[in-house]
Design a protein around this ligand. Sequence first.
Ligand code: GDP
Length: 465
Amino acid sequence: MTSERNDTIAAVATGTGGAVALIRISGERAVPIGDVLFRNIQGKPLSTQKGYTIHYGTIRDGETVIDEVLVSLFRAPHSYTGEDMIEISCHASDYILRRVMELAIRHGARTARPGEFTLRAFLAGKMDLSQAEAVADVIASDNRAAHDLAFRQMRGGYSDEFGQLREKLVHLVSLLELELDFGEEDVEFADREQLLEILTAVERKITRLISSFALGNSVKNGIPVAIAGAPNVGKSTLLNALLKEDRALVSDIAGTTRDVIEETLNIDGLPFRFIDTAGIRETDDPLESMGIERTYDRIGKAAVVLLVADARDDAEEISALYAGIPLRAEQRLIIVLNKCDRLDAQELASKQATLRERISVPVEWLSAKFETHLDGLLRSLRESVRTDDLDNAGATVVFNARHHEALLHASESLARARQGIEEGLPGDLLSQDIREVLHHLGTITGEITTNDILGSIFSRFCVGK
Ligand code: GDP
């Protein structure tokens, strides 16, 4: 990938549809190519112009005018890639875009690979690797929370977290390694206490980041919410009411929701991914048993379980159903009493009170069919997810699996280094473990990287980014 760094690259940077499209050209030949393709209305070639300027004129193939365009000119190093760049805003016709690209290529550019503009930005030191990855995440984000996290990272989350600590660690490692030169003599240049202090500070940050991944991953992929309960209590109707769409199958025959349906709903900027499940009940029907098995599987993977019951069921029964659901400590459960239109207010209040006494989880009541009192459930859902890290704009939240894995490795090496200090291991062994910590942190921001890693990251980008 890096061997072609001197090529001038070109790509359409905008998606399909719309009235205007953008073609980006970056590299040494960007401006000369611009001079061949583009005729400025004032007759001044781009090569005589300063950076950060916009020019109006025509794109021509010889004397044939192809389009009227605006060209933005960027001069190295003050551009996205750090190279000379031009961006041609033209009319978004496939024909025009194809002709402009053909011309650019005829005059010395080649088509950019996916993510190649951002790869160049990274290689030019314009951003670290985690920031470059965040560019793709910003583009892909479809809700406020995901956008917030990606944007924070694009602005340099990890460098802010580890910048100074990293420098201190590098310094201490060099002192540890100096001890080697003195062989048998019992000298300690690196103050072990100070070392332990810094390692503890790094560990604190790493631990916080690792635990933030549960939230980050949820925000990126949707917080999984399983809708569970007996057949016919109104699970599909509830899902439909929540989504205001008729995607799930609603019927009067018990046990019809055999397959799993997933829909995403944004509540207060957070994406919740709803999973409708087959009703839970004893059955001899093999197809239905399979559905029920899958239901438990889905419940196991959910962050929040909505246990839906018919408001007319007795509290005893609902409690038993609740007790039968295996939950892990970090999972949340909300009891939803549906069909409250069938019960008078007094009965409802007393049932709710009995349940609250027996079970210490939120109990909401509503009518899915008539779409009433849904807001209580929405509030409970929002409150079921702890988002302190999200609300704190200064905190980095890990949402990239590659970063999460690197942090786990760093944490293991860190534990070994700490143990080593406590056991009084010699400097060379300590420095090895600390170098590993630095290595794993370095892979996140890209101080340490290989063409393979870069290839796999940037190939997932779109062309033109
Ligand atoms: P599921 O098997 O739990 O998914 O249940 P469905 O959503 O298919 O609903 C079963 C039946 O209950 C349907 O006839 C729904 O119209 C009805 N139903 C669902 N919600 C309500 C409600 O809030 N009030 C009343 N009266 N009927 C409801």
